[in-house]
Write a protein that binds this ligand. Structure first.
Ligand code: G3I
Length: 347
């Protein structure tokens, strides 16, 4: 499946860059070896502890991690006011042991909420107290073991309007700035991010987010960066759209984190996997990373892939289909997507 190394010229959006046959490449050196910014992956504490191949890839190839689920509200505050940090702390220990940057995900979101909060009824000020307690307790617990946080996740709809989620319904849009304010009050060092999907796909969404956060900043709220999740496909969004979104965010003076990248190959659910598709996936990864490297260095916060191998991806369960969106295949072998990533970092 993994063929040799044939360099071809590319006359695409990036004009004049060199693309490669990403069939095979050296995996001895870490993926992050040639990067000027951390290269992370989303992890599960169970896999880290019980799956040697998985843990080995995480610690040898990456120098950043994001807990895929372990820092979410349903994991940390199962019972109202009672926090359990033991699983989450095992990720902190792993990151510390292997000198990896730890990115906290996510303090305030509408998904993966504990059951009690879905049944909670109280006044606006009761809801603000819940928000405050959760954000301050969690940020306070992890202190400076966590470098950065997704403070608010997915507060916008694709059309650029605010999502009418449980926080919005009970507090109003102020929940967004309050979340950042509370996080900042507890930790002045951790970098604070807003994180969302379809930012490159939906121009209106990108513009609305940047403008909204710019206004919050002008009111004195600290927001350091924007996480672009980048759950993308081979042909969508185009490289031009991706490049424009990177530019729009960095030009507005926000750090850019590619926070959850994966590249789906089987959107129809009926695809037969071919070497050509894997190669195209490698090229898309190369294009994304090359575009990211075009923004000024000081805005490059890092690139995080959303999972280790195709066997671990959320897409399989969420969409109930086979897919191949990550850097390693189900046997934990590097795919052309890995080689495309590495090649773009080395260029
Ligand atoms: O915790 C339960 C466990 O107790 C139970 O035994 C098991 C049985 O299925 O389910 C477990 O919960 C699952 C959880 O992942 C932990 O594995 C949920 O069913 C499942 O829905 C949940 O999926 C996560 C999804 O967020 C939920 O929205 C995915 O793993 C995770 O990758 C995904 O991540 C999100 C980001 O946080 C935000 N951006 C989008 C991204 C992809 O959806």
């Amino acid at each position: 499946m993994f063929r040799g190394f044939i360099t071809i010229l590319c006359f695409s959006f990036f004009g004049g860059c060199q693309k490669t046959d990403f069939g095979s490449c050296n995996t001895e050196e870490a993926l992050y070896q040639n990067a000027n910014f951390p290269i992370g992956t989303a992890v599960s504490p169970i896999e880290i502890e019980s799956n040697e191949e998985y843990a080995n890839i995480v610690k040898t190839q990456f120098n950043g991690i994001t807990p895929e689920n372990a820092f979410k509200m349903d994991a940390l505050q199962v019972i109202e006011g009672v926090f359990s940090f033991s699983e989450a702390d095992s990720i902190v220990a792993f990151a510390d042991r292997h000198r990896m940057r730890l990115h906290g995900h996510a303090l305030v979101w509408h998904n993966q909420l504990p059951a009690w909060i879905n049944n909670y009824s109280g006044s606006k000020s009761d809801w603000i107290l819940i928000l405050e307690k959760h954000v301050k307790t969690v940020v306070g617990h992890f202190g400076n073991t966590v470098t950065s946080w997704d403070v608010v996740n997915e507060a916008f709809e694709d059309d650029g309007s605010l999502r009418k989620n449980i926080w919005f319904e009970n507090i109003g849009e102020d929940y967004i700035e309050l979340a950042f304010k509370f996080a900042n009050e507890v930790n002045k060092d951790a970098l604070l991010f807003y994180n969302d999907y379809n930012i490159a796909q939906k121009t209106k969404k990108c513009e609305a987010i940047v403008e909204y956060l710019r206004v919050l900043r002008s009111k004195g709220i600290r927001i350091d960066g924007i996480g672009m999740q980048m759950h993308i496909h081979l042909s969508y969004p185009s490289n031009a759209k991706i490049g424009s979104a990177f530019n729009a965010i960095s030009e507005a003076d926000f750090l850019v984190h590619i926070s959850e990248i994966d590249i789906s190959l089987n959107t129809s659910g009926e695809m037969r996997l071919t070497e050509n598709k894997l190669q195209k996936q490698g090229e898309k990864m190369f294009d994304v990373v090359s575009a990211y490297r075009n923004i000024p260095k000081e805005y490059q916060f890092g690139i995080t892939v959303w999972g280790v191998s195709d066997a671990d991806s959320w897409i399989t369960t969420y969409f109930d289909r086979i897919d191949y969106p990550l850097l390693f295949n189900e046997q934990y072998e590097a795919k052309p997507m890995y080689c495309g990533f590495k090649e773009a970092l080395a260029n």
